[in-house]
Ligand binder design. Structure first.
Ligand code: SAJ
Length: 447
C-alpha cells in the first residue's frame, strides 16, 4: 500500500480531473454491463456521477434503458430511478463516451481452448476507446488478468494516440471483488485496490472511485494490483485443491474427511475452512490462477502449486464417479445401465450459473460410461453441453425413487434432503448436504 501524493505534487491536468470527481460533476463510462460492470455503474451513478454503461448486447442496453435489471444483486427500481433522473444511460456505442472524465473496463477475460488467456474483449474495448481518449481522462481496467497487462498491452495502445500517461491521461488497474449474491460485502463496502501506471495515475483513479466506494487501497503499480487479485483467487484454488486431496487421502485411510474438516474448523486462528467437492466451478477460481501460471511460463518459471491444484481439482469429477461406482458395486449394480440422478448442477449453491460447473464433467463422464442420467436443479431448467442436452426432471422425489443412485453435486439450500434420503435407494453425497442437514443414513455414502 502507498501513502499517495498531495494535490500540489500533481500536474494541472490531474488536479483539474480530481476536482471534477470530488465535485461529483464528472461523467464516467463503464464498459461491460455484466455482474461486475452493472453494480459498479449503479454505485458510481448513485454517488452523483453521470454514468454511461456500454455493452455489445443490445438486449441488455434496451433493458437498462427501460429501467429493468438482469443482475440478481441490482433491482429494477434502482436502475429505473437512475435512468429517470438521467444519472444512468446505456448504449452499444462508444461514441456516447466522448468527453467522459473516466472509464472503467469490466469485460470478460476467459481462457482459450488452449488454456491461454483470451484478451480479445479487453483489446477490442481498448481500441474502441482510443478515438475518444482525451487529455484529462482516466481509464481503469477491472478485468482479472495477468500481471503486466495494463502496462504492456493497454498503455502502448493509448500512448499511440500521442497522449502521455500520467500527464495527459491516467491509467490504472483495480481488481473487481464482486461476489454475486453476497449481501455483507458489496461493491460499495468491499475495499478496492487501485494501482496506477504511475503514482499520479493511482491518485486520479482513487479520486474517481473514492467518491463512491467506502475504502480505497492504493498500491504502487498496476502490476501489484493485478497480482493482488490473482493471489486472492489462487489462494482459493490451491486450498480447495488441498482439501480435495485430503478427501482422497482420508478415503484411503478409512477416515471421514467431513469430520476432519469440521474438527479442523474449530481452530480459531491460523486456519480457514474449505470443503471437498466434485471439482472447481465458476468463471473466476478455475481460470484466474491459470492466467498467472501462463505469465510465469513467459519468464521460464513453473507455478507448481497452481498446476498441481488445477490437476487435482480437474480430476475430481472422475474421482467422485469412481467412488459412486464403488458404492453401486456394493449393491452389485454396474454403473453401465444404472439410473443416476444428479442433484444440483450449478457451479455453487443457490445460483443458476453453470460456467465451468463440475456437474458438466460429471454428467458427460456418466453418459460416456453408459449410465442412464437425469438431473434436478431448481435453478437450471436445461443444459446443452458438449453434444448432449438434458432438462431438469419435473418431480424430484419421483426421480429419486426411480434412481439406482442419487449423486449430490451441488448442495442448493432449497432441496428437501430428508425427503430425498427417504425416497432414495442410494445417495452419493459429494457436498455432505445430508450431513449438514443432520441426516445419517446407511444408504448415504459421502465423499
Ligand atoms: N468450492 C469448493 N470448496 C470450497 C469452496 C468452493 O469445492 O471450500 C468450489 C465451489 O463449489 C465452486 C468453486 O469452488 O465450484 C468456486 O467457488 P467460490 O466459493 O470460490 O465462488 P466463486 O467462484 O463465486 O468465487 C467468488 C470470488 N469472488 C471474486 O473473484 C470477486 C472469490 O474471490 C470469492 O472468495 C468467492 O466468490 C466467495 O468467497 O464467495
Amino acid at each position: 500500500m502507498t501513502e499517495g501524493l498531495s494535490k500540489k505534487e500533481l500536474p494541472p491536468t490531474a488536479q483539474a480531473l480530481i476536482e471534477r470527481f470530488e465535485s461529483c460533476q464528472a461523467r464516467v463510462g463503464v464498459i461491460g454491463m455484466g455482474y461486475v460492470g452493472l453494480p459498479l455503474a449503479v454505485i458510481l451513478a448513485e454517488s452523483g456521477y453521470s454514468v454511461t454503461g456500454i455493452d455489445l448486447d443490445p438486449k441488455k442496453v434496451e433493458m437498462l434503458q427501460r429501467g429493468e435489471s438482469y443482475i440478481e444483486d441490482i433491482s429494477s427500481a434502482q436502475i429505473a430511478k437512475l435512468v429517470k433522473n438521467g444519472k444512468l444511460t446505456a448504449s452499444t456505442s462508444f461514441e456516447s463516451l466522448t468527453k467522459v472524465d473516466g472509464v472503467s473496463i469490466c469485460v470478460p477475460t476467459p481462457l482459450r481452448k488452449t488454456g491461454d488467456p483470451d484478451l480479445t474483449f479487453i483489446i477490442s474495448a481498448v481500441r474502441a476507446l482510443c478515438p475518444i481518449l482525451h487529455s484529462g481522462m482516466v481509464v481503469i481496467l477491472e478485468s482479472t488478468t495477468y500481471p503486466g497487462t495494463t502496462r504492456e498491452m493497454l498503455l502502448p495502445e493509448f500512448e499511440a494516440t500521442g497522449l502521455l500517461v500520467g500527464e495527459d491521461f491516467f491509467l490504472a488497474f483495480s481488481p473487481e471483488r464482486i461476489d454475486p449474491g453476497r449481501l455483507d460485502w458489496t461493491v460499495k463496502n468491499t475495499p478496492k485496490v487501485i494501482g496506477g501506471i504511475t503514482p499520479i495515475c493511482t491518485e486520479v483513479a482513487a479520486a474517481m472511485y473514492g467518491q463512491a466506494l467506502t475504502s480505497i487501497i492504493k498500491v504502487s503499480s498496476s502490476e501489484v494490483a493485478e497480482m493482488t487479485k490473482l493471489l486472492e483467487n489462487t489462494f482459493r484454488a490451491v486450498n480447495i485443491g488441498l482439501v480435495n486431496e485430503v478427501a482422497i487421502m482420508c478415503n484411503r485411510l478409512g477416515i471421514d474427511v467431513w469430520e476432519v474438516v469440521d474438527a479442523a474448523a474449530s481452530k480459531p486462528f491460523g486456519y480457514m475452512k474449505f470443503t471437498p467437492g466434485p471439482g472447481l466451478g465458476g468463471h473466476c477460481i478455475p481460470i484466474d490462477p491459470l492466467y498467472l501460471s501462463w505469465k510465469l511460463k513467459s519468464v521460464k518459471y513453473t507455478a507448481r502449486f497452481i498446476e498441481l491444484a488445477s490437476e487435482i481439482n480437474t480430476n475430481m469429477p472422475r474421482y467422485v464417479i469412481q467412488r459412486m461406482q464403488d458404492a453401486l458395486n456394493e449393491q452389485s449394480k454396474p454403473l453401465k445401465g444404472s439410473r443416476v440422478l444428479v442433484l444440483g448442477v450449478a457451479y455453487k449453491p443457490n445460483v443458476s450459473d453453470l460456467r465451468e460447473s463440475p456437474a458438466l464433467d460429471v454428467i458427460g463422464l456418466l453418459l460416456q460410461k453408459g449410465a442412464i442420467v437425469e438431473y434436478y436443479d431448481p435453478y437450471v431448467p436445461s443444459i446443452e453441453h458438449d453434444g448432449w442436452m438434458l432438462e431438469s426432471v419435473p418431480d424430484l422425489i419421483k426421480a429419486v425413487s426411480q434412481a439406482d443412485c442419487v449423486m449430490i453435486v451441488t448442495d442448493h439450500a432449497n432441496i428437501d434432503y430428508p425427503a430425498v434420503a427417504e425416497a432414495a435407494t442410494l445417495v452419493f453425497d459429494t457436498r455432505n448436504a445430508m450431513g449438514t442437514n443432520g441426516i445419517r443414513d446407511s444408504k448415504v455414502v459421502r465423499l
